[in-house]
Design a binder for this molecule. Sequence first.
Ligand code: MG
Ligand code: NI
Length: 473
Amino acid sequence: MQKITIEPVTRIEGHAKVTIHLNDEGKVERAFFHVNEWRGFEKFSEGRPFFEMVQITPRICGICPVSHHLASAKACDRVAGVEPPRTAKLLRELMHMGQFIQSHSMHFFELAGPDLLLGFDADPAIRNVVGIVQANPDLALKAVRLRGFGQDIIKRLGGKRVHPVFAVPGGVNAPLSVKDRDAILSQVDEMTEVIKTGIAIGKQWYEANMDLVNQFAVFPSSYMGLVDEEGGLQLYEGKVRLVDKDGRKLEEFDAQDYLTYIGEHVEDWSYLKFPFYRKMGWPNGTYRVGPLGRLNAATKINTPMANEEFKVWKSINGGKPVEGTLWFHYARLIEDLYAMERVREILEDPDILSTDIVADSTGFVGQGVGCVEAPRGTLFHHYQTDANGMLTKVNLIVATGHNNWAMSKSVEMVAKAFVDGTKLTEGMLNRVEAAIRAHDPCLSCSTHAVGAMPIVIEMYGPDGALVHRLTRD
Ligand code: MG
Ligand code: NI
């Protein structure tokens, strides 16, 4: 069997490797997505005071620090036995929406955009944000402003761009000023239009590329995401809903009980575990999270513009879950629009300027789970402490972990469909990378390693010898 490895996969965050194994005819026999690094963050946290986690865990990742900050704060609320005031929850959610807008906008316009707007076979020298700027400078500029708008929300609340200092056990550390509220609100109309432009571009692209979309890692799975009591999409707080491949509800549970429902399978070729739904077992209980998982799990979206797009989403596969991996991009844009609409709703809430932003403990609990929807998917932080509040056990399950199986499956399907070892092109390998990129994995988070590192692709021949190695700067 020959083998091809893709390392580093560009335009994703973190360190990982793809290996492609060829048979005697030069066709793809197997392909694997490996996540290599392991920093042991969970072990490293033991013995520390639980409340430090709110500031430590954002340092796992420069890409999604806000998600860790908020999941950690929610876990600490539980450990401390405190329910944050309504305004504190709204302000945390506002920061979270800032991160969604920043992350989703960057993904669509800068990470996935080059493939969609310039083509999978475009010259890699320009198949990046530079190429987007050349092809459509006006769009590129708007995209940069949209991403900056999301960052600005985080900065106004958290004081720093990379590692926010805002949430504390029981609430947040500063109220919102009228000046900041008005400054953010004044940009919402303009930024909404940029997202709508993205959606229009996306729709055109799908119409023109339906054959590719239908051949590109389309497969059934279950789906997970947070929802409210009516099944409406939630990103900060809700019940965890799991639906099956036909969209039927399997479970809707409180995140505190996640261990009852979620198991973690281990494979010797990957350090990253493979979460699955316990009642269906491994591998039948595998599911997808992130934009595709959330929109397949939800019944509706509670904001008007995003819900109109959600109706279109539901029509893609006749009301059943959407299975194609390239549909992640459309789902991401719909969520981007929802996040923008939520920013306005939150800022127009009569409670938003209240200074009642931290509550007191009603009794130390010493144990708790914090769960949010990170841009990439469901994120769990689970802390256990001794009577002095020192951590005795920490478990994190990150989005890229939940999607680990789906990324491996997508890589194999796309490699088999598009890679020919006898006449290999760079564009073929770029499609394999795109299968991973569609999930927007954060490998910094999933490896709990610090800093973003790239991926590599390696191809091996039938005798096991390395025949091709693709790395990028
Ligand atoms: Mg873990
Ligand atoms: Ni991350």
